[in-house]
Design a protein around this ligand. Sequence first.
Ligand code: KIV
Ligand code: ZN
Length: 515
Amino acid sequence: MSNSNRLIIFDTTLRDGEQSPGASMTRDEKLRIARQLERLGVDVIEAGFAAASEGDFNAISEIARVIKHSTVCSLARAGEKDVRRAGEAISAAPSRRIHTFIATSPIHMEKKLRMSPDEVVARAEKAIRIALEYTDDVEFSAEDAVRSEMDFLVRIFEAAIRAGATTLNVPDTVGYATPGQWGEQMATLIERVEGSDEVVWSTHCHNDLGLAVANSLAAVRSGFRQVECTINGLGERAGNAALEEVVMATRTRSDIYGVETGIDATQIVPTSKLVSTITGYPVQPNKAIVGANAFAHESGIHQDGVLKHRETYEIMRAEDVGWSTNRLSLGKLSGRNAFRTRLVELGIELESEEALNDAFRRFKELADKKREIFDEDIQALVSEVYEDQIEAYRLVSLKVCSETGETPEATVVISVHGHEQSAKATGAGPVDAALAAIEKMVNSNANLQLYSVNNITSGTDAQGEVNVRLERGGRIVTGQGADVDIVIASARAYLNAVERLEHPPKRAHPQMGDV
Ligand code: KIV
Ligand code: ZN
């Protein structure tokens, strides 16, 4: 199979991406991302780790129910309970996969699993056999393969093939590999593992040294035909290989890689924006492909060259990756039907008529303040509808006095479980004053780790999207808020973060603790 030129794109934004601190998502948020990933054309959506919690199980089940074209996958440690849970969670999907894994490096086997190599192989074989009761599409990963011994990797992968695994994944779990060495190691595996041409070889690289994409591409050059990646490179610690970079590198340099993907590249930027809005992880402006400056030509020489002949400085076109899809969506006069139609086109399904009415009311309010409503505005507005349905803390009203030479003062009214409270505070600026007033009421005692504002679209009437990251007792959460008034957006983001701090999801981490 490694001779085929089709590169399978396995997206793990909803699983590894969600392991980024503070990036945990609700069921509805995961569904919105899954729908967009399907529209993007990813082959496999790793929807989560079913055994983590009831909530994770339900989110995967729901994704399995609605996704029709991509394969829906659940991660499972190599233990019977985990694998059965994964099998049940994905059962409704027309195309489904179980991804089971166990660590294979000496340090992980001795210190984390406290198992002998023989026991590890036996566990892997058993997990694969159980997984096959639920689907014939079973992936096996050797966690921490990068620090595993080659002979042991060959042994466990051969055992996995004999047990019936159809995809073998080689992860650089700690981001330690370098491209030349990784490429050679991957070629050695294909060469040495008996039966290697019966399976798809996959790699999953972390970005601790900034080499995740380079290492993934080196594996592709060695014959690997699946890359595991995430939107915007989200993921544990420094993240995973960025999907958009892997896809555009293989496409732009098909002379080097000789592979094709099923990705609709024009959906890359909308997907990046949606993931950033939902997770609260902003995209750095100079980030390849999806950063705001990725196609901006600042210097005079570059601008002159691009105007004369675009290819002087451009190797890709902005519109090919979806920058032009920053489309005017609706206007002040658009009615309820046009609004509903646009939601459907964007893959947004609101659960009830009440939620639709709420979203439409917000749309009208926004259209009164802002002449043009873009798709990104609609995505942000829908996020707010979902948040308000579940939140115990809600912003009721806010008044700020800010004047040259005077100390800004804010009066804020919030609703806490339906009861209104109000507080006043001063601050260095209007945002500082508003957040201080809220803190007086909610007493979170959290440390503010990050506060950032990004404009959702362009122009001075654009909505500001605020991200707030709070830390308390080692737990990190992010909150988001959007409004044309950034003080209001900030207050909403802060309340959203406090809410998440107070209601931690109870879930197990797949790579910590025992199987
Ligand atoms: O990084 C890793 O090793 C993983 C595995 C669970 C595939 O995420
Ligand atoms: Zn990982």
